[in-house]
Ligand binder design. Structure first.
Ligand code: HEC
Length: 478
């Protein structure tokens, strides 16, 4: 609570991070981690033929280059920007959690930075020197090495970040013994890495397959040879991704799995669960089917089907990331910090003194009869706004209470009763961290929202900075 609170009251803060993060994860896995080794493999195929069959060697080389071109364009623009964007948006929305993560992972993050810069330099080298380093075998050999290094560094960046992601899900022994190693080697880390690595490789292979189908339309003989190697790649990694998914699922702590059916598609869609499992099976089946098709019948394999399989896998991956984020709730860092940015160990203090007293950017530190609404709004901002909007498109407070208590004026006792119990009612919500007076104020504010729905702004619009005079009504404060 040392930070002013950024808040988007229409799409919600979670959606902001989710959009950037999912876009990044898909680009990173498919085009950097997964596709770079495929490009390197294709280049090596050509390299090996340079002496014996220069004509065919050139075909491999040209194909590898054209595939790299697509990856280069996207990873160095949207890929790199969203990569930085994740941490930027996450620090805006939940600075306390990022601050804690930096304390635990400082060394790893520093290494990550070095590796990331190396990766960017390597991809620039790899792409921009492709045409230059071609004059003789020795030069080409050097260039091939860039590809291998690039593949390795792309994987390392992912491997470091995955540790942080899995730490957030399950801190494991770190909660007893707060050392870096316990944090880094948390229980979900390796299973998640064993899942993401083959998933990335499969996605990279599928993209290469799709592009090859497009680029070799006029050379069906070569298409046959090229598709065979690429589909072999997919056929090796695809089943490993399925196995990794199972291992990962098995390693997720039981309490997290308890949230899973809800996570799959929010409350209303709990019964989507079975449908989603079907989509998983269809997507994986389609990928493996497509790889088989292009292995055994490369001449007739349709590009559109490869495209559809890619879209399905991308959709699935987006869903998986959303799920990973959801099942972690009510924590942002497993059993250490709740998603509202408050540490579990601070709860007794906050519940005694109130959250306002310990917050720096609030209009007043205490609830009085005169400031009920304004204090209630600040309590809402501090305790609910990381996950709820007041009346926006995503998870709106008014909508949730209307679903529960209908449209007639809500009773304070109803609201209080629910919020006091919200963690037991819905495990994925943290317990209410404030004191009783603050709960009264929050209920007054929620009741005001029912009759007079007003969007609430975040620190970016001055909330918490422009301290209002006590007599000023909430609406005027903005
Ligand atoms: C960690 C994130 C998080 C926090 C913090 C949080 N909620 Fe929620 N809340 C959710 C999610 C997720 C849902 C379920 C949304 C859906 O319907 O899919 C939910 C649902 C609800 C519901 C509807 C429950 C039901 O059974 O239908 C109410 C009421 C609610 N929240 C009130 C609050 C209040 C009041 C606060 C602040 C004191 C709060 N929440 C804080 C995440 C959170």
């Amino acid at each position: 609570m040392d930070f002013p609170i950024f808040h988007l009251d229409f799409i919600g803060n979670r959606a902001l991070i989710a959009i950037i993060a999912v876009l990044h994860a898909v680009i990173n896995h498919a085009l950097a981690v997964g596709l770079m080794p495929v490009v390197a493999m294709l280049e090596i195929k050509g390299f090996r033929l340079l002496k014996t069959n220069p004509e065919l060697a050139e075909k491999w080389d040209a194909l590898a280059y054209r595939i790299l071109f697509v990856a280069f364009l996207i990873t160095t623009t949207i890929g790199a920007m969203t990569g930085v964007g994740i941490w930027f948006s996450a620090s805006l929305v939940n600075p306390a959690s990022i601050a804690s993560l930096i304390r635990v992972f400082f060394g790893a993050w520093f290494v990550e930075w070095l590796v990331f810069v190396t990766e960017v330099v390597l991809i620039l080298f790899y792409f921009l020197t492709w045409k230059k380093l071609k004059a003789n075998l020795l030069q080409k050999f050097k260039h091939v090495k860039y590809g291998l290094f690039l593949s390795f560094f792309s994987w390392i960046t992912m491997a470091i970040i995955v540790s942080i992601l899995s730490f957030m899900m399950d801190t494991g022994n770190w909660n007893n013994d707060r050392t870096f190693l316990y944090g880094f080697l948390n229980p979900v880390y390796l299973p998640q890495l064993f899942f993401r690595t083959p998933l990335a490789m499969t996605m990279g292979g599928m993209i290469a397959m799709f592009l090859t189908l497009i680029y070799t339309r006029k050379d069906l003989e070569f298409r046959k040879v090229a598709l065979r190697s690429i589909s072999k790649w997919v056929l090796i990694w695809g089943p490993l991704a399925a196995a990794g998914a199972m291992l990962y699922y098995y390693m997720i702590p039981k309490s997290l799995v308890g949230n899973l059916p809800v996570a799959m598609g929010t409350l209303e869609f709990q019964n989507w669960y079975s449908q989603i499992v079907v989509i998983v099976i269809v997507a994986i089946g389609l990928v493996i089917g497509m790889a088989n098709w292009s292995y055994f019948r490369p001449q007739t394999a349709p590009a559109w089907l490869a495209g559809v399989s890619i879209l399905l896998v991308v959709g699935l991956m987006g869903h998986f990331e959303r799920l990973r984020e959801f099942i972690r709730k009510p924590y942002v860092i497993g059993e250490y910090m709740y998603s509202n940015g408050l540490r579990v160990e601070d709860y007794p203090l906050l519940q005694r003194d109130g959250v306002l007293k310990h917050a720096n950017f609030v209009a007043s530190k205490e609830v009085t009869d005169d400031n009920m609404l304004e204090a209630g709004r600040d309590v809402f901002i501090l305790t609910c706004s990381r996950c709820h909007t007041t009346n926006g498109a995503v998870n709106p407070m008014t909508g949730k209470f209307t679903d529960m208590f209908g449209t007639k004026p809500w009773e304070t006792a109803q609201l209080k009763g629910y919020i006091k119990n919200m963690h037991s009612a819905r495990y994925f919500m943290p317990p209410f961290p404030g004191n009783d007076r603050e709960l009264d104020a929050l209920c007054a504010y929620i009741k005001e929202l029912q009759t007079n729905p007003q969007p609430v702004s975040g620190a970016q619009d001055g909330l918490g900075f422009n301290k209002p005079k006590p007599s000023q009504p909430v609406a005027a404060v903005r």
